[in-house]
Design a protein around this ligand. Structure first.
Ligand code: HEM
Length: 423
């Protein structure tokens, strides 16, 4: 029987993994006529697709492509289009190469590691406040303020502007869902405009008065003897601000929810048998916060699933299914089992190829410190009433994840988080 799959169906979005298994078994590619989209579901194929330069994030001005699949190309969403023009995720070489190189000069491993103490302080303060209050929502009280604070500090967004960034960010990324409603698209455009205004104002401030932050670094960075213009800097800062918290927050919440369902696995972390740096890789594999990304088939001759696989013609759109690839039994032993100590980093949660997640070291650091701190305090996680899943399919996580704080323990130093040894 041919399986069916509808990512816009809330039931499917709640637990897509059984549906993924059926798609993987049926073949390497599953085509949805309704969405005119080819889903690539097996690990080896998704891994390879990310590296195939005949698959692009953008089709530029090539004729014969369905611009309707990217609403912002219609002219109806001008602010969103202005953001997309220099959105690192959506552009291709040579623009992408130039911009990514400049951003990477600021995102060095040293600069990221330098955030460790700050991240630790922020997590400790949030957990202490939760203890005093007697309540803890993993999303609102811990993960969101942590990731937002770190990326805003790095970029240079003042405290007063930070609360607005979360709402704008959620509204903007709704445009990437499989089939956004007209109201969501209109709001995404409006939010993109407000977000760009905010960042442009900050750029003007930095040009007048420099600071020790990424925004200032981007205003003075040079590529091929030329400086970036304000539109390039604004889109770059905006994508970093969004990518810098959306996925990390969901990963933290998905991890706590996973451990709540698997108390023995959490015990292994609490006892120090499994280090947090190892455990977070399983969290990222088992329930990834980003479920898929799109690519366009830019050339003829693309075949998925090996030489005898399925040909996909030029002009078509494919979905690289991270959530499915991470549960592929062809790559992972007992893929549906959540094993904190699995020690596998071959999951595809950070993508691959030229768009490989630029923030992966930062995301890993935040998650490692966060789970280490939780392990020092919580013997188990008990989810409370009021758990709320985040709507949508691509961004998988929770909007609220309250847990009981009456089981806080205080027994010695708990698991170590020394460097990244043994990751
Ligand atoms: C657990 C957290 C995270 C996950 C799972 C994640 C996942 C991903 C994935 C799958 C991609 C590739 C998208 C594609 O190929 O189209 C990506 C790209 C990207 N990520 Fe992350 N990300 C996370 C955290 C972060 C953080 C903290 C930052 C900010 C510093 C960040 C910044 C970026 C940027 C700028 C790109 C685009 C890179 C490019 O196009 O060259 N991400 N991320």
């Amino acid at each position: 029987m041919t399986p069916t799959f509808d990512p816009t169906d809330p039931e499917t979005a709640l637990d897509p993994y059984p549906a993924y298994a059926a798609l993987r078994d049926a073949g390497p590619v599953w085509y949805s006529p309704a969405m005119n989209l080819h889903f690539i579901t097996r690990h080896a194929d998704v891994h390879e697709a990310w590296r195939d330069r005949r698959l692009g994030s953008d089709f530029g001005d090539r004729p014969g492509f369905d611009a309707g699949a990217q609403p912002w190309r219609s002219g109806d969403y001008p602010a969103f289009a202005r953001f997309e023009r220099w959105d690192l995720l959506a552009i291709e070489p040579p623009d992408h190469t130039m911009l990514r190189r400049l951003v990477l000069t600021a995102f060095t491993p040293r600069a990221v590691e330098a955030q460790r103490a700050r991240i630790d302080r922020s997590v400790e303060a949030a957990l202490e406040a939760a203890g005093e209050r007697g309540s803890l929502d993993i999303v609102r009280d811990l993960a969101e303020p942590l990731s937002l604070g770190v990326i805003c500090d790095l970029i240079g967004v003042p405290e007063a502007e930070r609360a607005g960034v979360i709402d704008l960010s959620h509204a903007v990324v709704a445009m990437y869902e499989p089939d956004p409603a007209a109201t969501a698209k209109a709001r995404a455009d409006e939010a993109a405009g407000e977000f760009l205004d905010l960042v442009h104002a900050l750029i003007a401030d930095r040009r007048a008065d420099s600071a020790d932050d990424l925004l200032t670094a981007l205003t003075v960075a040079e590529a091929g003897g030329r400086r970036l213009d304000d539109d390039q800097i604004a889109s770059t800062a905006m994508v970093l601000l969004m990518a810098g918290h959306e996925a990390s927050v969901n990963a933290a919440a998905n991890g706590v929810a996973a451990f709540a369902r698997h108390p023995a696995e959490w015990q292994a972390v609490v006892s120090g048998a499994v280090r947090p740096a190892v455990a977070i890789e399983e969290v990222l594999r088992w329930d990834p916060p980003l479920q898929y990304f799109h690519r366009w088939v830019l050339d003829d001759g693309i075949t998925i699933g090996g030489p005898d696989g399925i040909a996909i013609p030029r002009g078509q759109r494919v979905a690289l299914m991270i959530g499915s690839a991470n549960r592929d039994g062809r790559r992972f032993d007992e893929p549906d089992a959540f094993r904190a100590g699995r020690g596998e980093t071959a999951h595809l949660s950070f993508g691959g190829g030229i768009h490989f997640c630029l923030g992966a070291p930062l995301a890993r650091l935040e998650l490692e410190v966060l789970f280490a701190a939780l392990a020092r305090r919580f013997r188990r996680f008990e989810l409370l009433e009021g758990v709320e899943r985040r709507a949508g399919f691509q961004f998988r996580g929770y909007s609220r994840l309250p847990i009981a704080v009456d089981d806080v323990h205080d027994e010695g130093p708990g698991p170590g988080i020394v460097g990244d040894a043994g990751r």
